[in-house]
Design a protein around this ligand. Structure first.
Ligand code: C5P
Length: 224
């Protein structure tokens, strides 16, 4: 029996991965893994249980025992629950993203979350969104895409997204946070952010979401 197909979509924050992955998964009728949410959840659970971001063993234990649910909705992204409470909005804040990027640099945390991510590979297929989906978690994926865009454009996109949610945001501060997060994600020793050798690299600067979705679906055509 051939394995359940996986499409990996990796890239830096603000590259449009989340939106593109969700739309591609919807169009293909496949499941979706938002792996960044698992790192964000680990950071949030640590905060709630008063485990310091320097406590490597404590954080690994939090990741191993994370009690989460992704509740599929009729429309839009899954509702994310941590220990029975809805946390989707809290997870999307920049402070949670930053804490997640610190937690994600710890090898024991990545190890603890590995199998949990692989368990998302369910029929009829999986779109996996993250930083190391094509390089570490699903190296055998049928199709691998790496999305990028200039840091300025990514900051602008994030600014618009957060504004639309009614959040109070500052563009220069966002740009700086994005640059710091890129730096940390790309230079960590374990699973650094980089395209898999066999990934299709798409620079989405100046491209609309629909155009990116079409390019990704096109890349899938010859394999799926
Ligand atoms: O994609 P998102 O912004 O939700 O990810 C939050 C953080 O989690 C990233 O900055 C990155 O450090 C980490 N992450 C990771 N590997 C993944 C997904 C996310 O290291 N596969």
């Amino acid at each position: 029996m051939s394995p359940v197909p996986v499409l990996t979509i990796d890239g830096p924050s603000g590259s449009g991965k989340g939106t593109v992955s969700a739309e591609v998964a919807r169009r293909l009728g496949w499941h979706m893994l938002d792996s960044g949410a698992l790192y964000r959840l680990t950071a949030l659970a640590a905060l709630r249980h008063q485990v310091s971001l320097d406590d490597v063993e404590g954080l690994a234990e939090i990741a191993r025992t994370l009690e989460v649910e992704f509740l599929a909705q009729a429309q839009g992204p899954a509702r994310i629950m941590l220990e029975g409470q809805p946390v989707s909005d809290e997870l999307r804040t920049e402070s949670c993203g930053n804490a997640a990027s610190k937690v994600a640099a710890i090898p024991a945390v990545r190890e603890a979350l590995l199998q949990r991510q692989r368990d998302f590979q369910q029929a009829p297929g999986l779109v996996a969104d993250g930083r190391d989906m094509g390089t570490v978690v699903f190296p055998q994926a049928a199709v691998k895409v790496f999305l990028t865009a200039s840091a300025e454009e990514r900051a602008q996109r994030r600014f618009k997204q957060l504004k639309e949610k009614g959040m109070d945001v500052n563009l220069p501060a966002l740009l700086q946070e994005i640059a710091e997060r890129d730096q940390r994600d790309s230079n960590r020793s374990v699973a650094p952010l980089k395209p898999a050798e066999d990934a299709l690299v798409l620079d989405t600067t100046g491209m609309g979401i629909d155009e990116v979705v079409e390019s990704v679906l096109q890349a899938c055509k010859s394999f799926i």
